[in-house]
Every structure is written in structure tokens, then in C-alpha cells.
Design a protein around this ligand. Sequence first.
Ligand SMILES: Cc1cc2nc3c(=O)[nH]c(=O)nc-3n(C[C@H](O)[C@H](O)[C@H](O)COP(=O)(O)O)c2cc1C
Length: 320
Amino acid sequence: MKVLGITCGRKMSNTEILVKEALMGAEEAGAEVEIVRLMDLNIKPCTGCNACVINLFEKGGAGECVIKDDDFKFIDEKILECDGLILGAPTYEKAPPGYLKTLNDRMGPSHDMAFRMIAKKIREEKGITKGEGPDERSFKTRLVSLFAVGGSDWTTLALPMLQIFALPMNMTVVDQQLFNWVALPASVALKDEMLQRARRSGRHVGETLKGSVENAEYIGPQGVCPVCNSSVLELGKTSDKALCAVCGVKGTLKTEGGAYSLEVTEEDRAHSHILLSGKFQHAEDLKNFSLNPDPRMDEIPKLIEKYKSYLQHSRPESKL
Ligand SMILES: Cc1cc2nc3c(=O)[nH]c(=O)nc-3n(C[C@H](O)[C@H](O)[C@H](O)COP(=O)(O)O)c2cc1C
């Protein structure tokens, strides 16, 4: 069993120390460990070409990205290879740094568990033997622990965005922890409680991997959302319905004894984006609505003529 640590912070600073503490815990539990510093890598942004998704759906292919001149393949391979992941990120402007979102986008649709399962089925049904199908390792359940580090308490979107990183793939979040008020480089080394918390998290990942991954226990703080434990909700102005900003589950917001809770029906629960049922529903919605060609598609070239000829893009001199 292999536990991978990904640190998105500065070299030998707070996030890296916490991720390494967790890896030490995982190692104590018998795991083989490895660490990657995201800032060491060059990951180019997704260009939205959709080639990965087209490859999955039309050819039952591997859904590989067409951008090859960067380090994406390296990190993708590390993630596919691991059984457990400790993902730690500092907070920049209330959320994880943009380069983690860049990786998230590259891993998004092409790594969606339902999309890859559909591709595998298409391949089998059409008897496609050419090229490779989706990597079999995509289908194993990985355990994840998420750490967000902040120099203050301006960290409201830090953990939710880390949860969203774990969403497309078959990753079960078994722990998440916010480490606030750690600003100066490596200053977390003075905070024993935080170090112990991180180590406990890694040990939990390692111990759970030895047992039943499917019945993994969640040891992080309880959130308002009963499905994913996030507490960031989108509230309707005209109803008591609320939407979990992370897993998209819909529920009725209740308050009792000064505490909020989200009451979710079994039917709505099945639509949570962290569950396979919710991911399949999303794939179905895409097929029926957004990817279903409008009967007026052939009018588009004429309609966009005026936008094509309107304005020249300003560019730096070196790009002219
Ligand atoms: C560009 C930038 C933006 C930041 N924004 C926030 C913020 O919104 N909230 C917060 O709590 N800390 C913020 N911080 C502080 C870092 O999260 C904090 O210093 C953290 O310990 C850095 O982790 P590291 O030492 O692993 O790199 C910011 C730091 C930088 C460089």
C-alpha cells in the first residue's frame, strides 16, 4: 500500500511539514510513502479542447490529455499509483493556490469516475481493441486526507476547494483539517498540537488501508452537509432549500439549539456529486442537455461573424 503526499506550499514550510508529519504517521502504519512538491512541477492549464472527453466517449479510449510538454503525466501517474493521498495546500486569497486548480481542471472531466466507466462499457460493447482504454487503476477507491493551512482565519473556501479536487476520481475523503493562524515560514514546527493532528491523520489513512477501504471511517470535523461534511452552502432566497457548494446535494436547512443541519432525502442524496450515482446522473444530463446539439447548430457560423470581426485582441509586443 502506497501513500502519496502532495504539498502545494513553499519549500520546507508549513504545508510541507504537516504533509510530512502525516506521511510519517502513514509509514508507522506500514505504508510505503512518497512526496511531491507541486511547485516543482510545470503543469499547463486546460485549454478546454475536450479531446480527453471525446476520446473517452467516442473511442472508449484512455481519455489522455493532448498536452504532452509538461509534467502532468508525471503527477497523474503518481496519483493513479497510490492507494492513499495526503493533499496539503496553503491558502491564497481564501482558497488553495491557483496551480492546484490548474491540476484539478486537467484531472476533471477526463478522470471522472462515471465518464471512465462509460468509456470502458463503450469499448466492450463496440468491441474496440485499438489503442488503450481507461486505466484500470482509475477504478480503485483511494483514501484522501486534506489539509488547508492559513496565515489567518480567511480560509472559508480552502477545504471546500480541496474537497472538489478529490471529487472526480474515486477518492474517499477520510479526514480534512484546517490549520489556521500559521503564517511565518515553517512556524508550524512550534505547534505540537497541529503536528500531532497531522500525524494522526496519516496514521488513520495507513491503518484504514490495511482494513476495509470501502468501510473507511471519516475522522474530520462534522459539517452541515451530511454527505460530504462541507459547511459551505448556497441558500435559496425564496425557499428553505439549500445546496451544498461542494457535493451539490439539495436539502432543507433546519436549525435547532443554535445549530444548523441539512435534511436530505434518500432520493436527493443519490444526486450528490461525490457518489457514483450522482456522477452518472451528471453524465446523463450532459448527454441529454448541454452536449445534445441544438437543431440550429448550423446557423452558428453566420451568427458569430460579427464577433469575429469585432476588435483585435491586445497582446504584449512579444506575442504580436
Ligand atoms: C499570495 C498569498 C495569499 C494569501 N492569502 C491568505 C488568505 O486568504 N488567508 C489566509 O489565512 N492566509 C493567506 N496567506 C498566508 C498563507 O496561507 C500562509 O502563510 C501559509 O502558512 C503558507 O503555507 P506554506 O508555509 O506551506 O507555504 C496568503 C499567502 C500568500 C503568499
